[in-house]
Design a protein around this ligand. Structure first.
Ligand SMILES: *Cc1c(COP(=O)(O)O)cnc(C)c1O
Length: 371
């Protein structure tokens, strides 16, 4: 699905030099690369505070801890996403409230959001799924009206731009109370191991979070709150410092591949190509189409047999996962997710796709669905 070796080959000298200098000084933890990358990302996102941490799941958990959410508080998120989002809500003994998504963008459904709010609701976690922003203007309006925190799970959309109706532009992950991301190798901005970050414009929240990531310490060996140990190491920060200036070109390369797929599949009655909302750019973390009126699972297998990696993101709605089942849920409220899990299929999308590969992939897909 990705070509990390090909991508590395273009930046090998810089990466190897940076690694060598870290290995020569043994400054593995908290080296200058970490502060350097933090400052670079603050500038790129135009945000006051970036707090690096160990991974994107930690970032979500730490954001929720920083906001002081308590047992029994309801946190609304989407049924159609990677499990990390709901996992940390449950882990902190908060109450996850899963809601449906929109059929065309795969992102949070605003009517479902409004319906899910109760006096116990404390936070909304929109996930900018597959690389485009959820309808943040509407989400922020609902949050304001009900005095709720907004935690943007931006693990899949770093680099995307959102345009508000008054023309103001913001980077994905910087619009809510706090944003989180993952630097897992296959993400649009990936390191060579695990990494993550939390972003906010709120000085007080940033201070709280900086303590939480470091065992709840604000002064060495004084533990004011219960914290965690979650940091980005120097080697990962060095990779990210080298790759951040390339992020926009990486997103452009993904968009180019997505446009190739869109053009090739346009008008086919078995394929619904992904739609980009008018208020957001799409950085195509995944190219996820819907396969209708033909056997999606057979296509999935056929492509694998023809050496074309492809995946089903995601095969099971979260509300039907054993860990997250709950009597409160009603299947009627998850019509879209229940349908998407049966129709979605994601094709390879990354920075190294060549035209002959795209031609082979699209031809193989089309030959199968038109057979
Ligand atoms: C990848 C991902 C995460 C988790 O990130 P890790 O770094 O793997 O912990 C969280 N949410 C979403 C939507 C993701 O895609």
């Amino acid at each position: 699905m990705v070509d990390l070796i090909g991508q590395y080959s273009h930046i090998k000298p810089q990466i190897n030099k940076a690694f060598e200098s870290i290995l020569d000084t043994a400054y593995y933890i908290g080296g200058p690369e970490v502060k350097g990358f933090q400052a670079d990302l603050e500038k790129y996102l135009d945000i006051k505070h970036v707090i690096p941490c160990a991974n994107g799941t930690d970032a979500l958990q730490i954001a929720m801890m920083g906001l002081g959410l308590k047992q029994g508080d309801e946190v609304i998120t989407v049924d159609f996403t990677f499990a990390a989002t709901v996992e940390v809500i449950a882990l902190l003994k908060l109450t996850p409230v899963l809601i449906d998504v929109e059929e065309d963008t795969y992102n949070m459904d605003i009517d479902a959001l409004k319906k899910a709010i109760t006096p116990k609701t404390k936070a909304i976690v929109p996930v900018h799924l597959f690389g485009q922003c959820a309808n943040m203007e509407a989400i922020l309006e609902v949050a304001k009206e009900h005095n709720l925190f907004v935690i943007e799970d931006n693990a899949q959309a770093i680099g995307a731009d959102y345009t508000f109706s008054d023309g103001t532009k913001k980077k994905s992950g910087t619009m809510g109370t706090v944003g989180t991301t993952s630097f897992f190798p296959s993400k649009n901005l990936g390191c060579y191991g695990d990494g993550g970050a939390i972003f906010t414009n709120d000085d007080k929240l940033a201070h709280t979070i900086r303590g939480i990531v470091n065992h709840g310490m604000y002064e060495r060996y004084y533990h004011d709150v219960v914290g965690v140990n979650s940091r980005l190491d120097s080697l990962q920060a060095a990779v990210l410092q080298i790759k951040l200036p390339l992020l926009d070109s990486y997103c452009d390369a993904r968009l180019k591949a997505a446009n190739y797929y869109n053009d090739a599949f346009a008008g086919n009655k078995h394929i619904i190509t992904p739609i980009t909302s008018k208020f957001t750019t799409h950085v195509f973390h995944q190219y996820t189409m819907q396969i209708i009126d033909t056997d999606r699972d057979a296509l999935h297998k056929h492509l694998l047999e023809n050496n074309i990696p492809n995946a089903i993101y995601y095969p099971v709605p979260l509300h039907n996962q054993k860990a997250y089942q709950d009597e409160r849920y009603n299947e009627e409220d998850f019509k879209v997710t229940n349908k998407l899990v049966k129709t979605v299929l994601s094709l390879p999308i990354h920075t190294e796709l060549e035209e002959d590969q795209l031609a082979y992939i699209t031809k193989t897909v089309l030959d199968f669905v038109n057979r």
